[in-house]
Design a protein around this ligand. Structure first.
Ligand SMILES: NC(=O)c1ccc[n+]([C@@H]2O[C@H](COP(=O)([O-])OP(=O)(O)OC[C@H]3O[C@@H](n4cnc5c(N)ncnc54)[C@H](O)[C@@H]3O)[C@@H](O)[C@H]2O)c1
Length: 257
């Protein structure tokens, strides 16, 4: 159980992508509890609408791999609220194929959502935040940005690129009042962890695979999405005011072994 932290995000406008599921959903809920105005973006219309109806976020139905839709998202939030204080890039996809099986289409699909969308949104948000002289951008990479994994080739490549977006952009933005940092989640209990396994595995086999993953983690359990949300919200907040280009690994000790 997480200890209660009392952030005050009232008068703050935050965009959360990938808000309809998993970590993005958990982050949207927490930000609403802390008083933020949240523009919740996702391509899953029904899940997004349900979240926004329940938690009072603004639904933004977009495909983040489309640059025009990313630019419009940033502009809408800024024009409606007068400023944009934060952006968290949770939207992401995975394909479970290794180097030898990965098709051109799979590679492009993963790079378009995980890397190009991150670039489009970081650029558009940073342009606006630089004008304001303030803002915080949080990217979501992965433990697979730091170490390799077999059978998820395009995904690992994409998350390595997200980490480089974070570091390079941080040096371009340092001194402007805009900060950009990232969270590196480990194995987290969201729909993504089980996704795509169903093509080759039964539900019993998927459950066994997830148990085996949990067993391989020093903490002997998967992360809860709220534990990733906590790190993202810290990076959005003024509590992390001296952090620039940094990465917070939240992985139950997986990568220190
Ligand atoms: N679950 C894990 O173990 C894990 C570990 C490390 C990193 N991550 C990363 O964390 C982030 C969140 O993952 P999650 O586990 O919550 O996944 P999830 O599948 O539960 O949620 C991802 C959300 O992104 C949305 N999305 C995907 N493509 C989109 C697009 N083109 N446009 C708009 N929305 C789109 C989906 O509709 C979904 O709601 C991802 O970037 C993922 O790569 C996940």
């Amino acid at each position: 159980m997480l200890a209660t932290v009392n952030y005050d995000f009232s008068n703050k406008t935050i965009i959360v992508t990938g808000a309809a599921s998993g970590m993005g959903r958990a982050t949207t809920v927490k930000l609403r509890e802390y008083g933020a105005t949240v523009y919740a973006a996702d391509r899953n219309h029904s899940a997004l609408q349900e979240l926004c109806d329940k938690w009072g976020a603004t639904p933004c139905h977009i495909d983040v791999s489309k640059v025009a839709e990313c630019n419009a998202l940033i502009k809408t939030a800024e024009q409606e609220q007068g400023q944009l204080d934060g952006l968290v890039n949770f939207a992401g996809v995975i394909k479970r194929s290794g180097l030898l099986e990965c098709t051109d289409n799979e590679f492009d699909f993963v790079m378009n959502v995980n890397v190009k969308a991150c670039f489009y949104l970081c650029r558009a948000a940073a342009l606006q935040m630089k004008k304001q002289g303030a803002g915080s951008i949080v990217n979501i990479s992965s433990i697979w940005s730091e170490i390799g994994a077999s059978g998820v080739f395009a995904y690992c490549v994409s998350k390595g690129a997200v980490s480089q977006i974070t570091r390079s952009a941080a040096l371009d933005l340092a001194g402007t009042g805009v900060r950009i940092n990232e969270v590196r989640p480990g194995e987290t209990n969201t729909p993504m962890l089980a996704s795509e396994r169903g093509y080759t595995m039964s539900q019993t086999e998927i459950d066994a695979a997830l148990n085996s993953i949990a067993d391989s983690i020093p903490e002997k359990r998967l992360a809860d999405p709220s534990e990733i949300a906590a790190a993202a919200i810290f990076l959005l907040s003024d509590q992390s005011s001296y952090m620039q280009g940094a990465s917070i690994t939240v992985d139950g000790g997986y990568t220190i072994r």
